[in-house]
Write a protein that binds this ligand. Structure first.
Ligand code: GLU
Length: 306
């Protein structure tokens, strides 16, 4: 159900502690914060730390410090996704029961080789909106005994969504509500998850990918408005599909423009000089950060990147 416009908004800033926050994160965090302030809503912090190899406690600590320095506060304790693996596992089991996920054994290198061979033989291979080749789906219909034998042999695998089947099961046209970062109801935007192919929803040792955990937590925390960067605009189609299959609430989405570096490229966690901690140590104030992150600079709706 779409939330009623009269309901007080609940928003969240949801960083992954796999690096230091930079100006782009500050923009997201401050837009969420301001939206909550402007509409008498609630601002939540969620630590998206499902990737146990890349996430580190010192980065989580830095997130708390950077946000507090910017003047933000949130109900404590902040939610940590690593505390919710049971919930994600249950959803994955449900998707398995519905026959909508399958264990996929091809490694990234094997996918690349297979796709290169196809392309060399003149077959055009589709790419997802991020430019990665779609999964070939080789093991989608592997017989149950061969599947079990491969899992039993300890072969690494990922749980992938059977996209075609999932879309076939939809009862209505898939849409999402896209609105401006600062307010308004926006407009319905068609969602086309097929562009992504058989996306990964979990791995052998991690019961959720970003796509699965984010929709479960947005629903569970009653998030009414998802304010996040435009780099996640296309992924929203996957999120809507999962919400529909799992019977989860859909928030209004408000994708904001990204902060670019001097050469016009999107900022990354590896650029040390746009890290908030580095700017702070260099003498910037919280107000300088807001200005550098473009907060308040523009209020016109951005065009859909689709
Ligand atoms: N954890 C995601 C990130 O760091 C944010 C996901 C979201 O806002 O939906 O980019």
């Amino acid at each position: 159900m779409m939330h009623a416009p009269t309901r007080k908004p609940i928003v969240r800033f949801a960083p992954s502690p796999n690096g230091l926050l930079h100006l782009g994160h500050a923009r997201s965090a401050l837009l969420n914060w301001r939206f909550a302030q402007d509409h008498a809503g609630t601002f939540l912090l969620r630590i998206e730390d499902i990737d146990r190899e890349r996430c580190r406690p010192e980065f989580e600590q830095a997130i708390f410090e950077d946000l507090a320095w910017l003047g933000l506060s949130w109900p404590a304790p902040a939610r940590r996704q690593s505390d919710r693996f049971d919930v994600y596992r249950a959803a994955l089991t449900e998707l398995e029961r519905l026959g909508l996920v399958y264990p996929a054994f091809l490694s990234r290198a094997e996918i690349r080789t297979l796709v290169r061979e196809k392309e060399e033989s003149g077959e055009a291979w589709p790419r997802d909106p991020d430019g990665a080749p779609l999964y070939p789906g080789t093991e989608r219909d592997l017989p149950a005994d061969r599947r079990a034998a491969r899992i039993g042999s300890g072969a690494p695998f990922a749980w992938r969504l059977d996209m075609k089947r999932a879309i076939e099961g939809l009862k209505t046209q898939l849409l999402w509500q896209e609105a401006h970062e600062s307010g308004g109801d926006g407009a319905a935007h068609p969602a086309d998850p097929a562009k992504w192919g058989d996306v990964i929803l979990a791995r052998r040792d991690t019961p959720a990918s970003y796509h699965l955990s984010v929709v479960l937590d947005d629903d569970d925390q009653g998030i009414t408005d998802v304010i996040r960067g435009r780099d996640l605009f296309e992924a929203t189609a996957i999120h809507r599909l999962l919400q529909e299959i799992l019977g989860l609430d859909q928030p209004v989405y408000r994708h904001h423009r990204l902060v670019a570096d001097e050469s016009g490229r999107k900022l990354s966690k590896s650029d040390a000089d746009t890290a908030l901690a580095a700017l702070r140590n260099g003498g910037s104030t919280a107000a300088d950060i807001a200005r550098m992150a473009g907060i308040g600079a523009e209020l016109r709706p951005f065009p859909s990147p689709a």
